[in-house]
Design a protein around this ligand. Structure first.
Ligand code: GAR
Length: 201
């Protein structure tokens, strides 16, 4: 079984959906460790409730990003992680993490990339006035939300949507496609070819 290391900064509903899908037999994987950059992240609680080891590391208590990420990488490696899953992890991934897990870090973003990258995908979509938005699962590269796209799901933007109502609609799709993307990885069906991901049958 593919061993997942989940990085989360907050609420952790994507982590929860992944754990629930595993329990329901819909996803053949195992969450072996959860790591946060915020000691108070509710994601840590969710992990501990399931008996999954959960740790936090604050960037501010390290000399720099490299040392901070080294601590994260050491923890991931100690737990035998195969795939790093960013689930609402709100920091740009640096060189140390990237080089330790090449094409083995996935992220979910609440917009149809390459539209609306960054920390406010849903708000930016509402403000722009697009009729459709959605979410994107992609492999992480050195850019901000720029890596090879694995799966996307589309949702309509309603006339009266605000950031929160749109975020809620998108989130329901996030909870489905993240597990689907992880299952594709687990089945060895994802091949990165240049900037694209090929999905085999
Ligand atoms: C999710 O909507 C995720 O797509 C987004 O943060 C939320 C985390 O929710 N991520 C980003 O905006 C990354 N740029 P969760 O903690 O409940 O999974």
């Amino acid at each position: 079984k593919v061993k997942l290391g989940v990085l989360a900064s907050g609420r952790g509903s994507n982590l929860q959906a992944i754990m629930d899908n595993i329990d329901a037999g819909k996803l053949s994987a195992e969450v072996v460790v959860v790591i946060s950059d915020k000691p108070g992240a509710f994601a840590l609680e969710r992990a501990r409730k399931k008996g999954i080891p959960a740790f936090w590391f604050e960037l501010a208590s390290f000399p720099g990003k490299a040392e901070y990420e080294k601590a994260i990488v050491d923890t991931l490696v100690q737990h035998g992680v195969d795939l790093v899953v960013l689930a609402g992890y709100m920091k740009l991934v640096g060189e140390v993490l990237l080089q330790s897990f090449p094409n083995r870090i996935m992220n979910i973003h609440p917009a149809l990339l390459p539209a609306f990258p960054g920390a406010h995908g849903q708000r930016d979509a509402v403000e722009y006035g697009v009729r459709y938005s959605g979410c994107t699962v992609h492999f992480v590269d050195a850019g901000m939300d720029t890596g090879p796209i694995i799966l996307q799901a589309v949702v309509p933007v309603m006339q009266d949507d605000d950031e929160d109502t749109l975020a809620q609609r998108i989130l329901q799709e996030e909870h489905k496609i993240y597990s689907q993307a992880i299952q594709l990885f687990a089945d060895g069906k994802l091949k990165v070819e240049g900037r694209k991901v090929r999905i085999s049958n």
